[in-house]
Design a protein around this ligand. Structure first.
Ligand code: HEC
Length: 91
């Protein structure tokens, strides 16, 4: 009886570990999906939620950098996403 319980616990541990590993892999896949997105895509998905963003020509390169930092906190973007969006807007 005791032996079976220990073995069951072992299986639960193994299944738990597999679940954790699977989670890590899917979150990595999610990150890769974001990494694959272009600046234009990220801009369309994140920046127009709250307002129509002005056209890329509305601000200078320096101004876009400032806007990017400001809107990064609003849109809750990662640094990578922000850099891509700014690069897109600076074109
Ligand atoms: C959560 C809502 C929200 C998101 C998401 C958001 N913004 Fe904004 N944005 C605002 C608000 C509110 C203002 C006006 C007040 C301010 O400047 O903080 C603003 C102002 C601006 C302005 C200044 C407009 C002007 O005419 O002076 C620009 C440019 C801008 N946002 C660009 C962006 C870009 C680019 C993104 C995507 C990275 C973005 N915003 C995402 C809420 C948001």
């Amino acid at each position: 009886m005791k032996k079976i319980k220990t073995r069951t616990r072992g299986w639960i541990m193994i299944i738990g570990m597999i679940a954790v590993i699977a989670l890590i892999f899917t979150s990595c896949a999610e990150n890769e999906k974001i990494a694959a997105k272009s600046g234009a895509q990220l801009w369309a998905e994140n920046c127009q939620r709250c307002h129509n963003t002005p056209s890329p020509s509305a601000f200078s390169h320096e101004q876009w950098k400032t806007v990017g930092l400001h809107m990064q906190t609003r849109a809750q973007l990662t640094d990578k996403e922000r850099d891509k969006i700014i690069a897109f807007l600076q074109q």
